[in-house]
Design a protein around this ligand. Sequence first.
Ligand code: ZN
Ligand code: ZN
Length: 314
Amino acid sequence: MEVGRNSVIIKKRMARLLLLFCFVLGLWACESAQVPEYPQHLADCYRLHELTRKKTPAQPGDWLYNKPEEMHQSLKAYIASGPLKADSIRKKLYLVKIGTFDSQSQKIFEQALAYLSAYFQITADTIPGISEQQIPEQYKRVNQGQKQWKSIYILDSLLPRYRPGDAFALIAFTATDLYPDEAWNFVFGQAKLHAGLGVWSLARLGLTSADRGAYQLALQRALKIASHETGHMFSITHCVKNECNMNGSNSMPESDAQPEWLCWECLAKICYNRDVTPQAHLRSLLAFHQRIGADTATIRYYKTALRQLQIPVR
Ligand SMILES: [Zn+2]
Ligand SMILES: [Zn+2]
């Protein structure tokens, strides 16, 4: 009897221990689900979260105002979505000019080429410029004294004819203003994201004088727009959580107020997509900004980010 009673006590103790073990295991599993094990290059991106500022509340007129449907795309959701990627065949980013460019616009075009290559860690190249004669007259107009071309025609009919076989994307720049259709006054640019085609105009970026400040501002705007739109081509949606280059924007002042760098999570999406380290992206962009004499805030950001990853910088 005594033996039997002891055996019941032991069984009860074992059951309690088993319960405790399961509880601890459950907690551990729960914790693991919240913090997925990412490879080193993505975990390194998370180390930049201290430099990432939360998005300030949207004001009337801002992109996010009255947009409760805009959802946060987490890194996990991005990976699960099977984003568009460059591959061994469609491996290059191509830029092309449409129409004539003055020397300042030409410089912006060349700098955008180097910037996009550094930003997405991808080979970027150009194809010979497309003459404006290739746009039929019915897709051209003069609106409020401004010459304009129809962006939809360029996207649907013109660019597909010039797209190289090894292009992940083909991005066109024009120095001429654009309009999407007759109901609109103008558009800064337009893209067919899944087709990897885009066209952006430099006409409204403030490139109006030979003043260096005006040039630097127009350049910064062009680089922001080009990298933001190309980010969409890699299936990255608008960033609604952090101050980030992937924030949506309703106007030039709103876009000007946004950073040209990425928050840690959008950077991790690029690093996942391109299978590159954040160090490579940050180093290339620091070198780019030092070369073009960018503003001190931008250079300081890239230096701080690299130091956060324990990369010594000058
Ligand atoms: Zn966008
Ligand atoms: Zn972001």
